[in-house]
Ligand binder design. Structure first.
Ligand SMILES: Nc1ncnc2c1ncn2[C@@H]1O[C@H](COP(=O)(O)OP(=O)(O)OP(=O)(O)O)[C@@H](O)[C@H]1O
Length: 247
């Protein structure tokens, strides 16, 4: 049994069918990258998994337990599955330390000292302990994104969803964020990522999934997808990526 299982997932916005029968599974400790053109449904898929969107049809299971539909404890679900967004979404009025400590304190019941200690340990890990008392706007985009990633880690999630986490960054700041993701992958964190960074997807993924207009066209190892794609849509997408110098 896969760790995360998605079966026949459908999601529409009004008349716009964005996800059209997604079947996907992610194994424990696996890194799976979603690639595809803008609007293909990558973010929506991640948001459905984390219950930020309701689903119209289908089922999502985590470790065998249903996590979609009515009756699901959304707070519990979000303890288990962290999500990091393109725009960091750090709380602007809190210090970096509080940003990381607040959820473990409020939701996991850690004491303030324990939560701060956990947060500081995470900041040390990413070399930002000296920024603990700064506010997010005093950090670079790359530093903010790394802080947002460890904020998710502070909840000790079983899985992370990463939604275009480098898209809002200046190119010179991308690598520090990708290095952190690479490190998490090395530690065995189960991750589902939506990314436009093809070289990164190629390097860090166990499998790559190509989405086209809300359906999975092709899924395979990075080697297979990037060097021998079978589906004409995947081939076309990769040709355009190569022509743009992004692979
Ligand atoms: N809240 C919303 N309300 C209405 N339509 C939405 C909403 N969110 C997404 N959509 C639509 O759903 C489609 C898929 O969007 P989504 O953001 O999932 O694609 P994506 O593959 O992540 O794109 P990108 O690579 O640009 O982030 C798009 O047509 C988008 O306009």
């Amino acid at each position: 049994m896969a760790f995360l299982e998605i079966e026949n997932l459908h999601k529409s916005y009004g008349g716009n069918a964005v996800l059209r029968g997604i079947d996907l599974s992610v194994n424990q400790h696996e890194v799976l990258c979603l690639i595809g053109a803008s609007g293909s449904g990558k973010s929506t898929l991640l948001r459905c998994i984390n219950a930020l969107e309701t689903i119209d049809e289908g089922e999502i299971r985590l470790d065998g337990d249903g996590i979609s539909g009515p009756g699901v404890d959304v707070n519990k679900l979000r303890e288990h599955i962290g999500i990091v967004f393109q725009n960091f979404n750090l709380f602007p009025n809190m210090t970096v330390l509080r940003n990381i400590a607040v959820a473990p304190e409020m939701l996991l019941g850690l004491s303030r000292d324990q939560a701060n200690e956990r947060a500081l340990g995470l900041l040390e890990r990413i070399g930002l302990a000296d920024k603990a008392n700064a506010h997010p706007d005093q950090l670079s985009g790359g530093q903010q994104q790394r802080a947002a990633i460890v904020r998710s880690l502070a909840m000790e999630p079983r899985m992370l969803l990463l939604d275009e986490i480098t898209s809002a960054l200046d190119p010179e700041l991308v690598s520090e964020v990708l290095s952190l993701v690479r490190e998490l992958a090395g530690d065995g964190m189960t991750m589902l990522l939506a990314t436009h960074e093809m070289n990164f997807a190629r390097e860090v993924s166990n499998r790559v999934c190509f989405l086209h207009q809300g359906t999975i066209c092709e899924i395979g190892t990075p080697e297979q997808i990037f060097t021998a794609p079978e589906h004409p849509r995947t081939q076309e997408f990769l040709r355009s990526i190569i022509a743009a110098g992004r692979l």
